[in-house]
Design a protein around this ligand. Structure first.
Ligand code: HEM
Length: 260
């Protein structure tokens, strides 16, 4: 039989996946489900692009690195903007179905955690305390044993003539991204003499800023929707989320700004 739009994209399956639990059901529960599903799809695409980016860094393919980073950034901007849609939901409307979520929470988004780990936000204690078990836990542990995007970037610049010591390139991967004066010296050199590699650095800063922007918009959305109430995942809610703000992914790329 001829392939159709409906078959190729599995539209029937896709449209059967939004199943509200509230009685009625409450009007806004559909939006709440759908927006989370859309986010999970974007997370999936970003993970897909991050794997490619790692290969491109290893191959020293600067033009393609920039292209892929630009794509990730375009998705990221879309993700930040999408918060506007969910912010049209009032506190009253959310409370009408919130109890149906029980202990389900964004805390349990393993794709979000995987993205954080791949980008270099690594905290073993946090993963140990997380709700992830079995297959998802195995995926997160495996990612913690792999170089982060920043490690790939450091190998990339080393291969481009900005040599880095072996203790930097072979660091303990379970720790967050490295901060090191020897790396900063090379980064400053790049900014002074290599405009193309500078673009790669700046796109990484865009990504870092983008993740922080998403966190900020998410906290504000939480504050306007549930105020100071606890999260369904058991945290203190906005108070906990506020503590995750302003934590850079690539600290050295920010620290060097005073050098110019
Ligand atoms: C009305 C909308 C939302 C509210 C009230 C809300 C509330 C919260 C709260 C209170 C937390 C802290 C954990 C907890 O105790 O539950 C949290 C975490 C989280 N939420 Fe949301 N959220 C909303 C929408 C979203 C959306 C649309 C996404 C997109 C996937 C999302 C993703 C996350 C993630 C990834 C975390 C973990 C953040 C971290 O630990 O750094 N949330 N959310």
């Amino acid at each position: 039989m001829e392939l159709t739009y409906r078959k190729y994209l599995k539209i029937d399956e896709l449209l059967s996946l939004q199943q509200p639990l509230s009685d009625g059901p409450e009007h806004d529960e559909t939006l709440f489900i759908m927006i989370h599903q859309v986010y999970e799809l974007w997370f999936k695409q970003i993970l897909h692009e991050l794997r490619r980016l790692s290969e491109l860094f290893a191959g020293g393919e600067t033009a393609k690195v920039l292209h892929t980073l630009n794509r990730i950034l375009a998705i990221w901007r879309t993700m930040v903007q999408q918060i506007d849609v969910l912010e049209t939901m009032t506190p009253l409307s959310f409370v009408s179905f919130r109890s149906r979520l029980e202990s389900a929470s964004g805390f349990q988004s393993y794709q979000f955690r995987l993205m954080e780990i791949m980008l270099g936000h690594r905290n073993k204690t946090r993963i140990d305390k997380s709700p992830f078990i079995d297959e998802t836990r195995r995926i997160l542990d495996a990612a913690m044993a792999e170089p982060s995007l920043y490690d790939d970037f450091l190998c990339f610049i080393a291969a481009k003539g900005y040599p880095l010591e072996s203790d930097i390139l072979e660091r303990d991967l379970s720790l967050p991204n490295i901060e090191d004066a020897r790396v900063r010296k090379n980064l400053v050199k790049i900014y002074r003499e290599d405009p193309v590699l500078t673009q790669v650095c700046e796109r990484l800063v865009d990504l870092d800023e983008g993740l922080q922007e998403w966190r900020y918009r998410h906290v504000k959305m939480v504050q306007r929707t549930i105020g100071t109430k606890m999260g369904t995942g058991g945290s203190s809610g906005a108070e906990y989320l506020t503590k995750t703000l302003f934590k850079p992914l690539f600290p050295d790329l920010w620290t060097i700004r005073v050098e110019f």
